[in-house]
Design a binder for this molecule. Structure first.
Ligand code: SAH
Length: 217
């Protein structure tokens, strides 16, 4: 048996203390959270607090979500492995990396160039080759690659962008924070047999979703 590295120990502790007690039970989600080296996605200076129970700044006024929120949003998508997933808001790249360990392919869109460049370097370093990324306004979706079995929006908007709802398969699931610029409800939209249902699963605080179908700044 090989000894666990100290990073692996930190991840195991994160799973045992922050995720399982709060109701994260999906095995694929827990496995991905145990696997992806979150410390590589935060600035070197903050590596030691990468596995703490909080969000962290990632530059350009943006943040990487708390581990629990990443796990909660991932679990809500109920991925089985065959899916093509669209993410809006690449940021550090961590959420995309977690998804990429569970589904077939991740398409992720970021509007800030410096963040996208940095995230791409980490995907390459980790050989996470099933992530495709693009610099754009993600509120328009990714029409050339649509439809997607699952869509995850990791920035908070005033409403659900219609292009994203249109680019979901049937059946399909979308998770998105919706509210004002300070507090949002994490909404899960499910499309089944042409009907969509929406429920709120948590109260959250995300940075702004900025774009044609989001906030203006
Ligand atoms: N998923 C990220 C969280 C990043 S924070 C992670 O794991 O680190 C939210 C990100 O959404 C920010 O980087 C912000 O620039 C980006 N964003 C906001 N509006 C956007 C839009 N319309 N299209 C694409 N990215 C957007």
């Amino acid at each position: 048996m090989t000894a666990m590295s100290s990073w692996e120990k930190k991840r195991e502790q994160m799973v045992e203390e922050q995720l399982i007690p709060r109701g994260i039970t999906d095995e694929a989600t827990l496995r991905a959270m145990r696997t992806v080296p979150r410390h590589l996605f935060v600035d070197d200076a903050m590596g030691s607090c990468a596995y703490g129970d909080h969000p962290l700044p990632i530059g350009a006024g943006q943040t990487i979500s708390q581990p629990y929120i990443v796990a909660l949003m991932t679990q809500a998508l109920q991925l089985k492995g065959h899916e093509r997933v669209l993410e809006i808001g690449t940021g550090s790249g961590y959420q995309a990396a977690v998804l990429s360990r569970i589904c077939d392919r991740v398409y992720t869109i970021e509007r800030i160039d410096s963040l996208l460049v940095r995230a791409r370097k980490i995907f390459d370093r980790l050989h996470y080759h099933n992530i495709t990324s693009r610099l754009d306004d993600g509120t328009e979706g990714w029409p050339a690659e649509a439809p997607f079995e699952a869509i995850i929006v990791t920035a908070g908007g005033p409403s659900m962008p219609q292009p994203l709802i249109d680019q979901l398969t049937d059946p399909g699931r979308m998770i998105i924070p919706v509210g004002d610029q300070y507090l949002q409800e994490l909404k899960l939209l499910e499309k089944i047999d042409g009907q969509t249902t929406v429920r709120t699963i948590e109260h959250v605080r995300f940075v702004n979703l900025v774009g044609a179908h989001g906030w203006t700044s």
